[in-house]
Design a protein around this ligand. Structure first.
Ligand SMILES: [Zn+2]
Length: 413
């Protein structure tokens, strides 16, 4: 007689009450960005739970946070990195003011409950499921819990750059989107500083032995906007709410390919009748493709060699800071696998989002195929009414667990 094997679904459904207790525990610990005590406290709770499952924890500390790396060794080949974060955007005292609570719709509230604490707990229960299923067909699973994601940090960038080359696939467990939304493309970012030196002069005698740095900067700004992708005709028609009215689900499909923002401009000149001898601008450029980042980088730097106003000199410094999370063919195969798992188990369609904002996925994508936003679905992050939809906790945890198993079995994809 055969004994019925417990399925991953049954196991994970059984974890749900413990999932809630653990989420309550870490949500009620203030762990704001820049708070070394709070992030350490959450890191210790998370590391202890993973150590109980056989994970080997390592801590990296700086004066702002504790970063946690936990490694699980298997008997197979594939190596997987999962990235989540334990810091929040809230200050000390916030958890006491509005502690963890659940409403009648099974939505949970509390500081950082969805961004990113529910997802941190999700990774723990995915690892627990893999262990209790006896699944070890991976070489290594590395979990990295960033302690200072909200605000960026050289420490975190260094850790992602260090861990990514040690794996074959990266999964970013942050900023989950509604209705099985995942993020499959993110823009990379570049910054430029533009300085124009001109020749000061009396305005009444303009252009005789004077050259306006502001005039040159104006022309450069025009040239920059010419390089950007066209914007939607009337931005008011493309807000999330307006699209919804028309029955269009906004999943980032209207975000222009390459965006250029001249965010700061100025001159030291303070007199209206003086031709300014200096002008400056700070520019941020975002692109979905490495090739476009590189093309624009060269085009923007080449502006320094053009004469916009005779007698002015243009200096452009800066460059590409972070690459995009590009959807390569291998990423598409991972996405297709995740979609098929969700379809089979929940008869649902996964929606692919594109995003102009950055996550650690931008950094891992430089080294390995990366899939993003596989966490529990959350809303209104960074606000005092942030919530996480606990109805998605079991489905998203099951999908993650099966995705790890299937990717491991089929690797190389
Ligand atoms: Zn986050």
């Amino acid at each position: 007689m055969s004994v019925k094997q417990t399925t991953a679904k049954e196991l994970i459904e059984g974890y749900f009450p413990a999932f809630i207790r653990d989420l309550e525990e870490i949500t009620n610990i203030d762990s704001g960005n820049g708070d070394p005590v709070g992030t350490e406290a959450v890191a210790q709770v998370v590391a202890a739970k993973l150590a109980a499952l056989g994970g080997e924890a390592e801590f990296r500390r700086n004066d702002r946070a504790t970063h946690t790396i936990v490694r699980f060794k298997g008997k197979g080949g594939i190596r997987i990195l999962m990235i989540a974060h334990v810091d929040t955007v809230f200050s000390r005292g916030e958890a006491a003011k509005r502690p963890f609570r659940i409403d009648e719709k099974n939505f949970a509230y509390g500081p950082g409950v969805g961004d990113d604490k529910a997802t941190v707990i999700q990774t723990i229960y995915a690892m627990k499921a893999l262990k209790e299923l006896g699944f070890d067909e991976y070489g290594e699973i590395i979990l990295y819990f960033n302690g200072e994601e909200e605000g960026g940090s050289p420490t975190a960038e260094g850790i992602v750059a260090e861990l990514s080359p040690q794996v074959d696939v990266a999964i970013v467990m942050d900023t989950a989107r509604p209705d099985w939304g995942i993020v499959t493309q993110r823009k990379g970012s570049a910054n430029y500083e533009i300085k124009v030196e001109g020749m000061e002069g009396h305005h009444g005698n303009a252009s005789q032995s004077a050259a306006s740095a502001v005039m040159a900067l104006g022309r450069i700004i025009n040239a920059l906007y010419e390089m950007a992708s066209p914007l939607p005709a009337n931005p008011a028609d493309y807000t999330h709410a307006r699209l919804k009215e028309q029955g269009i689900q906004d999943h980032g499909q209207f975000i222009p390919e390459n965006t250029i923002n001249v965010g700061i401009i100025g001159t030291e000149n303070r007199r209206i009748n003086v031709i300014p001898k200096d002008a400056f601008a700070s520019v941020n450029v975002r692109c979905f493709k490495v090739s476009e980042q590189e093309r624009l980088d060269a085009a923007i730097k080449a502006l320094a060699d053009k004469t916009f106003v005779p007698g002015t000199k243009v200096t452009i410094t800066g460059g590409i800071k972070t690459g995009p999370m590009e959807k390569t063919e291998q990423v598409q195969r991972l996405v297709d696998l995740y979609k098929s798992i969700v379809k089979e188990n929940y008869q649902a369609e996964v929606v692919e989002w594109v995003a102009g904002g950055l996550t650690d996925g931008n950094r891992s994508a430089k080294y390995v195929p990366t899939i993003d936003a596989l966490g529990v679905e959350n809303y209104d992050e960074h606000t005092d009414h942030e919530s996480v939809d606990l109805n998605t906790a079991v489905p998203r945890t099951l999908a993650l667990t099966l995705f790890i198993q299937e990717t491991a079995r089929r690797w190389p994809l």
